[in-house]
Design a protein around this ligand. Structure first.
Ligand code: SF4
Length: 703
């Protein structure tokens, strides 16, 4: 039996795995003891990966339908890519490059992202390329950029071993990032004095183990963080000399916070003022305070300011860049970071360059050898599907993601794909909700079958290797993008296409990406596949000549902004986008279960992973169930202003009365009704364009 090193394809912890295989089949998976993200540990999802690497429901060859009312039939790769190039070229010639859109995924490898991004921005000449990272991390990106100057998480997992006060907000790592949480548990066991504060409307497993659980009302995070900072200022705990030397905007924020006392915030947040005071004092007294956040803050119509308000708590103490200190965003997907590094969002460019910056556009055009990169911002995920529905985008390419499950306001998404003139879906699995909308369905390789790199939550890049021979006619995602680009460029009359996409291997794509980072904050010119193989996964930056990557950023107090200073942002104290009322009196929150991941296209194949939770349900407080005359276990109708689903009611004392919880995993193809996103809404954060997937007003009824 052979062994090949890779990473787990699920969450952003990015655990190293060793795949045991016979070249054709994955036999077993174990944690890689040498990988710094997990040192050999795997959670239930990672340790059952071999059960998911099965041929059932895999897409094995391309299929195309000639008309919407006809079924798809098998075609050759040449015919498939020619058909796609023909349709995209015709739309571009008739309606311009902005009439096409590409919707990608944080599960793609960095090389896949890179080629797609160059195809869309460099060859086609539109910025209409976005990814499901928009639903995941874009608020954290915007928050980092507004405060620290760059999209760069400044911390590392080893900070868990040094912090003496960990503030976890809007995250349930016990379920969603289990191996990171194991490290937190080990740190607490080793240092019993370490405090852990958890901010979450629900009493999750993470919250249940906290020293202080602040069960705030959904959407009130900014009030809480502002009140904590009010206390730090009032009690003289802020680091005034450091603030003066390394930041700007503090005086204005201090004025803004005068009225936001713990008593004021307590009324808004629904938690005792004394608890806010305690949290602020623990934070202020800590030698090494560390914050950790995820979707609970990001997936909000004020997600960016949720992040900036939390980051301000670290800046106010000058506690950043030192062991155990700083603001640390947990990444949801395995390679959302890698995608951002190559500029894989509609408002970004390669290597953390900004689309709005003319010098950055010129640099990228020069790197790629194209006349220019378009200036007009592309459409973000939700905007893209709205444009499809409005007929402004006529051809849509979806790769490695399942928007007919994962996006909010599902009725809108379905309507968009139904009326789009030409939909290409590039997927490993044929049974996703989105696959049925495909006019052209392309079989992609997946975990254990392809080579490339991924970047995890702590900026650590791992080289992943193919273990087994890919099944059927599947191709690597970057190969599909390259081969489509070559055909499209020919039809659009771009003589330089062959030179632009002259990639004989994944490594050649990585080398071009590496060169694009030269001199940037994420400079990785010292890395190559050979260095990663010889020295193991490395954190960026890793410039030419470096011996190791940088564990944490901003240790010298110099930030990535133009003037080198961090910035305090005055946040808008908004609440949830949708209020409860008589018609929709319950507050729905959404999240993850311990043993499932995203839309279950992979975890749903491992029978063992159903032993924790085996069906979709809605958690409700016993009092609310009694009031509605609903029994524990009864099937009920759950409705929001956008749609309804049938779910099994589950009595859950860990949730507040008036609140409800539905896991995000089950969708239309796994449940007779539909998933949580039938209920959610597409209210967007004005900076990050991230939708408020975490909250909706609902009602429940007997069926
Ligand atoms: Fe995979 Fe995340 Fe579990 Fe690690 S913690 S094994 S990356 S799902």
């Amino acid at each position: 039996m052979a062994e090949t090193k890779a990473t787990c394809p699920y969450c952003g912890v990015g655990c190293g795995v060793i795949i045991q295989h016979d070249g054709a089949r994955v036999i077993e998976v174990r944690g890689d003891p040498a990988h710094p993200a997990n040192f050999g540990r795997l959670c239930t999802k990672g340790s059952t990966l071999h059960f998911t690497a099965r041929p059932e429901s895999r897409l094995l060859y391309p299929s195309l339908r000639k008309a919407r009312d006809l079924p798809r039939s098998r075609v050759s790769w040449d015919d498939a890519l020619d058909a796609a190039a023909e349709r995209f070229a015709s739309v571009i010639k008739e309606s311009g490059p902005d009439a096409v859109g590409f919707y990608l995924s944080g599960q793609l490898l960095t090389e896949d992202y890179y080629v797609f991004n160059k195809l869309v921005k460099g060859l086609i000449g539109t910025n209409n390329v976005d990814t499901n990272s928009r639903l995941c991390m874009s608020s954290a990106v915007a928050a980092y950029k507004q405060t620290l100057g760059a999209d760069a998480p400044p911390c590392a997992y080893e900070d868990f071993d040094h912090t003496d006060c960990l503030l976890i907000a809007g995250a349930n790592p016990a379920f969603a990032h289990p191996i990171a949480f194991r490290r937190i548990e080990a740190a607490r066991a080793a240092r019993p004095g370490m405090k852990m504060i958890v901010v979450d409307p629900r009493r999750t497993d993470t919250a249940a183990s906290a020293d202080l659980h602040l069960a705030i009302l959904p959407g009130t995070d900014i009030w809480l963080f502002n009140a904590m900072l009010h206390v730090l200022i009032a009690e003289g705990r802020v680091n005034a000399p450091w603030i003066e030397a390394h930041t700007e905007g503090f005086d204005a924020l201090r004025e803004h916070l005068r009225a936001i006392t713990p008593e004021v915030a307590a009324k808004v947040c629904g938690v005792p003022a004394e608890d806010i005071l305690t949290a602020a004092r623990w934070w202020g007294e800590a030698a090494a305070p560390l914050s950790l956040w995820c979707m609970g803050l990001n997936q909000s119509h004020h997600g960016t300011h949720n992040g900036t308000a939390l980051i301000a708590l670290s800046l106010a103490l000058g506690k950043i860049g030192q062991p155990g200190c700083g603001p640390f965003s947990l990444t949801g997907q395995p390679n959302a970071m890698g995608g951002r590094e190559v500029g894989g969002l509609s408002n970004l460019l390669s290597a953390h360059r900004d689309l709005a910056n003319p010098e950055h556009r010129a640099e990228v055009a020069a790197l790629w050898g194209v006349p220019s990169v378009p200036e007009k911002p592309g459409l973000s995920a939700i905007e893209m599907f709205e444009a499809v529905r409005a007929g402004k985008i006529r051809a849509l390419w979806i790769a490695c993601t399942n928007p007919a499950h994962s996006m909010p306001s599902q009725a809108l998404i379905r309507e968009a794909m139904e009326q789009c003139e030409f939909v290409v879906v590039q997927e490993a699995w044929g049974n996703t909700e989105t696959a049925k909308y495909a006019d052209l369905l392309l079989p992609a390789r997946t975990w254990a079958e392809k080579e490339g790199t991924v970047t995890n939550t702590e900026r650590r890049i791992t080289h992943v290797n193919p273990a087994i021979t890919a099944p059927g006619e599947t191709r690597a995602d970057w190969v599909i993008a390259r081969d489509f680009a070559l055909r499209l460029g020919h039809r659009l009359g771009h003589a330089s296409t062959a030179r632009l996409f002259d990639y004989p291997s994944a490594e050649s794509v990585f080398q071009e990406h590496v060169e694009s980072t030269r001199g940037r904050d994420l400079d990785i010119t010292g890395l190559s596949y050979a260095v990663l193989d010889e020295h193991g996964p490395q954190q960026w930056p890793f410039p030419e000549g470096a011996q190791t990557g940088r564990v944490r950023l901003y240790a010298d107090g110099k930030f990535a902004s133009a003037n080198g200073k961090a910035r305090f942002v005055i946040p808008a104290e908004a609440l949830t986008a949708e209020s409860v009322d008589e018609a929709f009196p319950l507050r729905l929150t959404t999240g993850r279960l311990r043993d499932q991941w995203h839309g279950m296209s992979r975890t749903g194949k491992a029978a063992r992973l159903y032993s924790h939770t085996d069906e979709a349900s809605i958690d409700l407080h016993p009092v609310d169930l009694q009031r509605a005359g609903i029994d524990d276990g009864e099937l009920i109708r759950v409705s929001s202003r956008r749609g309804s689903v049938i779910l099994r009611a589950r009595s859950a004392a860990e949730i507040r009365s008036g609140h409800a919880f539905v896991a995000m995993h089950w969708g239309r193809n796994l449940l007779s009704s539909s998933g949580a996103n039938e209920l959610t809404l597409n209210a967007l954060d004005p900076f990050s364009k991230q939708p408020e997937l975490k909250h909706a007003a609902i009602r429940i009824e007997k069926v």
